[in-house]
Design a protein around this ligand. Sequence first.
Ligand code: GLY
Ligand code: MN
Ligand code: MN
Length: 437
Amino acid sequence: MIEPREYARRRKQLMRMAGSDAIVIVAAAPERVRNNDAHYPYRQDSDFHYLTGFPEPDAVLALVPGRAAGEVILFCRERDPERERWDGPRAGTEGAVDTFGMDDAFPIDDIDDILPGLIEGRERVYYHFGRDVDFDLRLIAWVNRVRAQMRQGARPPHEFVALSHLLHDLRLYKSRGELRLMKKSAQIAAAAHVRAMQATRPGMNEHEIEAELLHVFRKHGAVPSYEPIVGGGANGCVLHYRANNAMLRDGDLLLIDAGAEYECYASDITRTFPVNGRYSPEQRALYDIVLDAQRAAIDEVRAGRPFDAYHDAAVRVITRGLIKLGLLSGPLEKNLREHAYRAFYMHKTGHWLGLDVHDAGDYRVDGEYRVLEPGMVVTVEPGLYIAPDAKGVPAKYRGIGIRIEDDVVVTDGEPLVISDGVPKDADEIEALMATVR
Ligand code: GLY
Ligand code: MN
Ligand code: MN
């Protein structure tokens, strides 16, 4: 759990960055309808969660640095015994102050009357423009309310600034508390992958293996951090495969890309293993290229290295391996220059990881790749995807899709792999699959 004082520290830091003549406005995620009157499971907006830990919809945070009567103001739903009997308890304005550490809280229904007064006199508004069109229009209306009062001396803001530059820079550096949650999230996901490996048999359906993953997630109080990918055989070559409804065949590989979300923190793990428990020589040859690439890439996840260094390391090992296997021909450097590997490896080697699976934060600063620093967390996920109709490839390699993905913390020293609770060495996977749960 993240302590209330950590949320307070984040808000203070953001206010310091925004400046004493600014106001920061962040909205909670709206509830979303799935069909008719059924909703999607509610997930708080990551930025709103990062700054408040407040789990309810219909809430707006206003940070007003230096305001004597209180800098941190939350608009939220009022207590309502009748509604709470149906939907469960609400914090109410009192809980927002007492439990969540806000300086002050007002009913969300009063926001139109109160927020313009908080905007008045502020030079700059920091806000996520364009994320929620309905909320954009409300913000414009509040600003216009201030403008309409100008002849009475009201001072409307002059600058509207994207909030993401400040906030997403903060989110890049994970605190000790955040790393604790991310480790837990990765441990749960790793346990789910182990269970999936042990359950897999030829003749089962992909959705049965998905059920094994979900079982472990829910057992530990987690949910999937994205729709799990459970792709047998050539389905492993479909990068965003989501159908998860095909039969698993003897002799095929199974690619599982599944992560947990624990207290809003994501993990993101991929393993690729044989449905029958033994890699064929061709599968093993390709697998070991990806594994070597992944290990070389992880070794580049170090403070001081630019973000793209680990991708380059993976690409080099993959290209060398493909030449050795005869899937590419010609000198290594020429193949690298011409990006020849892209026929079989078409995505990047990783991304930031945190509250979002593809977490917030710029990858480049002033046009240059950002340098890794302690506290950043990335995925390392090279792959090889030999399409069933790949041209100029021996038939025995076609239809094989492999990815190996781990979650790695940048530290002062060695890269810290937090998803190592599930094996990735081919021999270790075969040994694990030979054991019965
Ligand atoms: N599961 C999404 C990704 O690997 O980036
Ligand atoms: Mn993934
Ligand atoms: Mn990923």
